[in-house]
Design a protein around this ligand. Structure first.
Ligand code: SF4
Ligand code: SF4
Ligand code: FES
Length: 245
């Protein structure tokens, strides 16, 4: 199969440009296979990141024809434009994950003391403790690809006090962890307040169990914010709202 691939190449300090490669490849190839072929056969200066190759590590997330996805599970098309997620850049398709994690860490409160596990369980009825455990397992299925963070209009608006959807997910992970004392309502409300519930972050989450949908659903119960995720027939959905909100 003949493919034409336009890939962004550049660093924060250089003027980026798109470089085009035309090649013949098996039709069963994934986008990651194409990146490998370009690196090994055409251009060893191309930078891209991956670790698992099986949609588990989240490292290969990028924009392919303007759709955020994992390069290792995205099938090839005859013509593709590939660029990094809209987050701080290191080089070519590689984003600065450390910078995003550091920013989130600066904003989030410290997790509760792990020794509180027995007290916390004693304070809960059986239903609550089961729900917490189930939520906690689902929330930890996020593999930190950062697609949600790159899609959030509030995060990209440079609101330095807002941790973005990935930060909100980490927040709910802490709050639902039955081994830790829940966070204060004040912390939750303050950190979630900038979220407008547009649902853009959750739309492209590649994690099978949709942890971000659950995080938004849990946070909507905090009155200082307006997330509109809701349960329908046992499934969590996130209602789209006007993006100009
Ligand atoms: S919640 Fe989904 S989109 Fe966001 S980082 Fe985790 S896996 Fe990626
Ligand atoms: S619902 Fe919208 S504003 Fe809230 S975290 Fe997701 S993308 Fe950002
Ligand atoms: S290489 Fe691990 S998710 Fe794609």
């Amino acid at each position: 199969m003949k493919v034409k691939v336009n890939i962004y190449k550049g660093t924060p300090d250089s003027k980026g440009k798109y470089v085009t490669y035309n090649m013949d490849v098996p039709p069963t190839d994934m986008v990651l296979d194409i990146l490998e072929k370009i690196y090994h056969e055409y251009d060893p200066s191309l930078s891209y990141r991956y670790a698992c190759g099986i949609a588990r590590c989240g490292e290969c997330a990028m924009l392919i024809n303007d759709v955020p996805c994992l390069a290792c599970e995205r099938q090839i098309e005859p013509e593709m434009t590939i660029r990094p997620l809209d987050l701080p850049l290191i080089k070519d398709t590689v984003i600065n994950r450390r910078q995003v994690f550091d920013h989130i860490k600066e904003i989030l409160p410290e997790p509760g003391d792990i020794d509180d596990i027995y007290d916390s369980f004693e304070e809960m009825d059986e239903d609550t403790s089961h729900r917490k455990i189930e939520n906690s397992i689902r929330l930890t299925t996020c593999f930190e690809c950062m697609i949600c963070q790159s899609m959030c209009p509030r995060y990209r608006s440079d609101d330095q006090g807002f941790p973005g959807p990935l930060g909100l997910l980490f927040l709910t992970q802490m709050n639902e962890n039955p081994a830790q004392r829940p966070l204060s309502e004040k912390d939750l409300d303050m950190l979630a307040a900038s979220c407008v519930g547009c649902g853009k972050c959750a739309r492209f989450c590649p994690a099978e169990k949709k942890p971000l949908h659950l995080a938004l659903e849990l946070l909507k119960h905090h009155p200082a914010k307006a997330v509109t995720a809701h349960m329908v027939d046992g499934k969590t959905t996130v209602q789209e709202v006007d993006e100009s909100v």
